[in-house]
Write a protein that binds this ligand. Structure first.
Ligand SMILES: Nc1nc2c(ncn2[C@@H]2O[C@H](COP(=O)(O)OP(=O)(O)OP(=O)(O)O)[C@@H](O)[C@H]2O)c(=O)[nH]1
Ligand SMILES: [Mg+2]
Length: 287
């Protein structure tokens, strides 16, 4: 039985969180077509008959962080990738051109002196491919795989290599009784992530980047319904109005979408009380 810690890196939007979710067969990280959906490192446990692996899904680092939030996320991610790991998976999206952002993440990957696997994701995509621009990378890595995180293609081959490259005993002690995949997230945080995901999926361009979600309480009532009180915080009254929508329609939609997923995730009937607040300083406290 091997144990190890695998760091997943790549620029925003390459499919890191999609990969972790589909590998584990359970959603542990939210995903969306917008960059920097993941805001903090998410550690989750993978296990099969060969051993146990802690996967560390990281936020994609922006090439140039302009606002306060992405600066914070970038800085925090830089500190997470300095933690001791046993292997690095560097994921790229061949449907996007290689540019300075890619170069920045690659520069960070190069500094880590551990076995490294290059994973080329989105092989199912019909979009134009820039694969030749990434060919030069192959010799720097111990191994290269072309996968589709979305369709779970080539996961078996990739995981064979991951286990092959892992040491017998990795850097981190994994408790025997650990079964739940999420390691560094409590249920309140996870549920707030599910709500935040709906904002990423349902609101336009800049709003998700000015917004977060907080779950204030989770309580089970005698009638068997789990009652969840949560807030969406945004920096500006203008955004608050847009999230609420005409006649409260938008917030209802977001709430209903989130409620359904939370109910599925916890396998209980859920009542979600979701409100929107303006808090220009939420980024100083939470993100
Ligand atoms: N076609 C295709 N799309 C994919 C694949 N993997 C991920 N995507 C899509 O790419 C987008 C980004 O996926 P995420 O998993 O959120 O990407 P990420 O690397 O975690 O992004 P950040 O958290 O922002 O750094 C989503 O719309 C996914 O559905 C894939 O294999 N094929
Ligand atoms: Mg992500």
């Amino acid at each position: 039985m091997k144990t190890g810690k695998v760091l997943l890196m790549g620029r925003p939007n390459v499919g890191k969180s999609t990969f972790v979710n589909n590998l584990l067969g359970q959603k542990v990280a939210i995903t969306s077509p917008k960059p920097q959906t993941t805001r903090f490192a998410i550690k989750a446990l993978y296990q099969d008959e060969r051993g146990k692996i802690i996967f560390v899904d990281t936020p994609g680092i922006f090439g140039k962080a302009e606002d306060k939030l992405s600066k914070k996320i970038n800085a925090k991610t830089l500190s997470v990738i300095k933690e001791e790991v046993d292997l690095v998976i560097y994921m790229i999206d061949h449907t996007r051109k290689r540019d300075f952002e890619e170069a920045r993440v690659l520069g960070l990957v190069r500094k880590i002196e551990k076995p490294k696997i290059l994973v080329i994701n989105k092989m199912d995509s019909e979009e134009k491919s820039y694969l030749p621009q990434y060919k030069f990378l192959e010799e720097e890595f111990d191994s290269v795989f072309e996968i589709s995180a979305l369709l779970r293609q080539n996961f078996r081959l990739l995981m064979n290599k991951v286990f092959e490259l892992l040491p017998e005993k990795g850097t981190e002690e994994i408790p025997e009784d650990l079964v739940y995949p999420l390691i560094n997230l409590d249920s309140r945080t996870f549920l707030s992530e599910l709500i935040r995901e709906k904002v990423f999926l349902m609101m336009g361009e800049e709003i998700p980047y000015r917004t977060t979600a907080i779950v204030d309480s989770i309580s089970e009532r005698d009638n068997g319904i789990t009652y969840i009180k949560a807030r969406i915080l945004t920096t500006d009254d203008r955004y608050k109005g847009m999230i609420i929508g005409a006649g409260g329609r938008k917030i209802k939609e977001i709430g209903s979408y989130a409620r359904k997923e939370i109910a599925l995730a916890i396998n209980k009937k859920v009542y979600l009380e979701l409100t929107v607040e303006t808090d220009p300083h939420w980024q100083d406290i939470y993100y």
